[in-house]
Design a binder for this molecule. Structure first.
Ligand code: GLV
Ligand code: MN
Ligand code: MN
Ligand code: MN
Length: 409
């Protein structure tokens, strides 16, 4: 079987794990379906005799050892997903990395390539941050940007901690990832529509947007929806509704598409049709290329939230959360991607990422290369997310070329 065929066979198989009704997947971090996908990853590595290490925050590392004791080129992405998600976000990058590693190992054995480094494929724990916040967890702990003990204590909405959930699926490890890195490479679907619109096969990511979240708790008073006079209500949900609109409407105060903002998560208590709600927790997600725009929007929102609190006679406790400064990816990696694309006959353009990726923390620790392949209609974090087989295979070839160069560089 050709490398393209065996990659596609595995990709479409993995997409059956946690498959949803409309060709998506649901494999939130450290759930049973995440475990099944992880087990598949481990089996792939073990069948080839690669060493598998699971670290103390559930990251899985599969090592293809070429030069004992040498630093590693690391490559991978994440197998976890958003709720009712697409089957490409994350999994594509992990499967492409595994198959690139298998092909590189074959080339090394055949004497076609002499690496100076080892090659490690990684599945990062909880990139998505849907069940456990913040996102990009495993790679942030690995790079020292987040504290492992604090992360293990994070709880989901049911009260289960990261430690309990990882232990429950058998992936709270005692091993560790490579200590010394020669570089990190990741491939991902674009999740936007630039490559598709321009008919370009690959994107070389040159930078990431500035992102931050605002965690908001609205505290009112629980009371009877019939018996409480309108003037006496301290309705947390009515205040939250205004906050949600403010978080959206602030974007219109800046140049078009320079700021994006949404409230994506909300919990309402006690959430009964006959009760004025006493508590709402919500998270707003603000992103812009220009950090000053996010900061200005954030400051304005913080003031307006307090105006809502006054008007609605509730308390609003808002705090900054999960701030990620812009990252600029090294020029050499971008030029390497361009050279590899040219050799393979693929068109390529430089591109920014507005979505978060494990490359964002990794780039603080080691030179990082990130490639994108086109997304049909630019949709992601939904079942309709789609990338053509041909585009995935092009990306796999590009990634294999990039990693080969990084190993010999
Ligand atoms: C998570 O998927 C993100 O893009 O931040
Ligand atoms: Mn992703
Ligand atoms: Mn995602
Ligand atoms: Mn992401």
């Amino acid at each position: 079987m050709s490398i393209a065929d065996s990659f596609l066979k595995d990709f479409h198989h993995v997409a059956t794990i946690g498959a949803t009704e409309h060709r998506g997947v649901e494999r939130q971090a450290a759930t049973e379906k995440d475990r099944e996908t992880r087990d598949w990853f481990v089996a792939f590595a073990k069948e080839r005799g690669w060493r598998v290490d699971v670290d103390g925050v559930g990251n899985i590392f599969a090592t293809v050892e070429f030069v004992p004791g040498a630093p590693a080129v690391l490559t991978g992405s994440h197998l976890d997903s958003q709720p009712r998600a697409g089957r490409f976000d994350g999994a594509y990058g992990v499967l492409a990395s595994l198959h690139a590693a298998a092909e590189i190992e074959r080339r090394v054995r055949a004497g076609e390539l002499q690496p100076n480094y080892n090659l490690v494929v990684v599945d990062w724990f909880n990139e998505e941050g849907s069940r456990f916040a913040p996102s990009i967890m495993g790679s942030s702990v690995y790079t020292g940007l987040m504290d492992r003990e604090e992360i293990l204590a994070v709880r989901d909405l049911e009260g289960t901690s990261v430690r309990e959930a990882l232990d429950g699926i058998g992936y709270l490890g005692t091993g560790e990832g490579p200590r010394e890195l020669a570089g990190y490479a990741e491939i991902h679907i674009e999740q936007g529509r630039i490559l598709e619109r321009e008919g370009i096969e690959l994107g070389a990511v040159d930078s990431s947007w500035y992102t931050q979240k605002i965690d908001v708790e609205v505290l009112g008073e629980q009371s009877h929806t019939g018996a409480t006079a309108m003037a006496d209500r301290r309705d947390a949900l009515v205040a939250a509704a205004q906050i949600i609109l403010m978080a959206r409407d602030i974007c219109a105060e800046f140049p078009a598409e320079s700021l994006v903002s949404s409230v994506g998560q909300m919990t309402v208590e006690p959430n009964s049709p006959i009760v004025v709600n006493s508590r709402v927790h919500l998270v707003a997600d603000l992103r812009a290329n220009d950090p000053a725009i996010v900061q200005q929007a954030r400051d304005t929102l913080m003031e307006r939230f307090q105006e809502v609190a006054k008007r609605e006679d509730v308390e609003v406790v808002a705090r900054d959360f999960d701030i990620r400064p812009n990252r600029y990816f090294p020029q050499e990696g971008i030029e390497l991607s361009e050279r590899v694309a040219k050799d393979l006959g693929f068109s390529i353009r430089r591109i920014q990422t507005m979505a978060g990726h494990d490359t964002v923390p990794l780039n603080t620790a080691t030179p990082t290369v990130m490639l994108f392949v086109p997304s049909v209609d630019g949709v992601s974090h939904c079942e309709r997310e789609f990338t053509k087989d041909e585009d995935m295979v092009n990306g796999l070839r590009g990634l294999t070329g990039v990693i080969s160069e990084m190993l010999t560089g």
